[in-house]
Design a protein around this ligand. Structure first.
Ligand SMILES: Nc1nc2c(ncn2[C@@H]2O[C@H](COP(=O)(O)OP(=O)(O)OP(=O)(O)O)[C@@H](O)[C@H]2O)c(=O)[nH]1
Ligand SMILES: [Mg+2]
Ligand SMILES: [Zn+2]
Length: 320
């Protein structure tokens, strides 16, 4: 395995430069478990143990500086290289920011047609995906269950400017649409609610056996995947499967990118700092009144904006 096949590139080449020649190796974090980390490097897998001096633990997808332990398949993680992208959420209990996936090129937000389809949840994921720095793509999975589903059009409406693909992880139909995202050294992460088929899709692409709802369902058949895992696909590309997030708490979000039509309207609001909730001369409110902007879309925007404002307030208070 070469470093390039693991997603290495000029950014990391540059940030690793100070460590070169010191007997240290670059490695990518593939798994995270109680005892430590699973690392992948040019010379194969190793167990990684964080050095006591690390400020913060790495996340799956991170590139780290590893000091190999002689005669053991083990290495001490001495540093985490700066991330190119990071998908984060805030812990529902502590409010602390958690990196769910690092150095991802494409975030595949997976959803399903039918009763479980929620454009509002999709908007939340997309706001976080845009914020991560990775390119978001929407997958509407389980096409075999509902081939003519209106969910595809609804997903397009909730995701302006974002590619939406309709496919079936079960039958393999439509899977070729993922080829452009899975070139050699490209990292994609699967994100979405529990049960949408992330692991089924990962298994199909990896030809391997990651946990799916069929194999090891708990009593409610949910949250089958219990940890994040980065796998190198035989066809090239790297895939990061994640457990379904019960509810994605934003830790930051790029609403301008997730709601481009609102960002454009906002430039015509009377006040520069318009919140688009009550102000006179608000172009966004006018667009809702005229039926140009769907009401649900505006409400979704306001809800996410309020959540972000509250988060900012909480962080300011914590910083004091
Ligand atoms: N009909 C149909 N069923 C599917 C498809 N993809 C996945 N499933 C089924 O959906 C269930 C859940 O699939 P998983 O792959 O475990 O879902 P997941 O998103 O990984 O779920 P978590 O790991 O809990 O987050 C399983 O019973 C799969 O067989 C599909 O394209 N069509
Ligand atoms: Mg899973
Ligand atoms: Zn406004």
């Amino acid at each position: 395995m070469t470093l390039d096949e693991l997603g290495w590139g000029p950014h990391f080449e540059a940030t690793f430069a100070p460590f070169r020649g010191l007997g240290l190796l670059p490695a990518r974090v593939a798994t995270q478990h109680r005892g430590g980390f699973g690392l992948l490097g040019a010379d194969g897998p190793r167990a990684g143990v964080p050095a006591g001096t690390l400020d913060a633990l790495p996340a799956v997808g991170d590139w780290v500086v590893a000091a190999p332990v002689p005669d053991e398949d083990k290495a001490v993680i001495e540093a985490v290289l700066p991330r190119r992208t990071a998908f984060t959420r805030s812990d529902p209990w502590s409010g602390a920011e958690e990196v769910v996936a690092a150095n991802v090129d494409t975030v595949l937000v997976v959803t399903v047609p039918g009763r479980d389809f929620s454009p509002r949840r999709l908007e939340r994921y997309l706001a976080a995906a845009h914020e991560s720095g990775a390119t978001p793509v929407v997958l509407v999975n389980k096409a075999d269950l509902d081939p003519g589903s209106p969910a595809v059009e609804a997903a397009r409406a909730a995701a302006p400017g974002v590619p939406v693909h309709f496919l079936s992880a079960k039958t393999g139909e439509g899977l070729a649409q993922l080829d452009p995202y899975l070139a050699r050294g490209q990292t994609v992460a699967l994100l979405g609610s529990s049960g949408v088929g992330k692991s089924t899709l990962a298994n199909r692409l990896a030809g391997a056996d990651l946990a799916t709802g069929d194999v090891r369902a708990d009593e409610r058949g949910r949250h089958t995947t219990s940890r994040r895992q980065l796998v190198v696909l035989p066809r090239g590309g790297l895939l990061l499967d994640t457990p379904g997030l019960r509810e994605l708490q934003l830790s930051g979000a790029d609403l301008g990118e997730a709601f481009p039509e609102i960002a454009e309207l906002a430039s015509q609001c009377r006040f520069r700092d318009c919140s688009h909730s009550h102000e006179p001369g608000c172009a966004v409110l006018a667009a809702v009144e005229n039926g140009v902007l769907p009401r649900e879309r505006h409400e979704s925007y306001l809800k996410l904006a309020a959540e972000l404002a509250e988060l900012g307030e909480r962080r300011r208070r914590a910083a004091w």
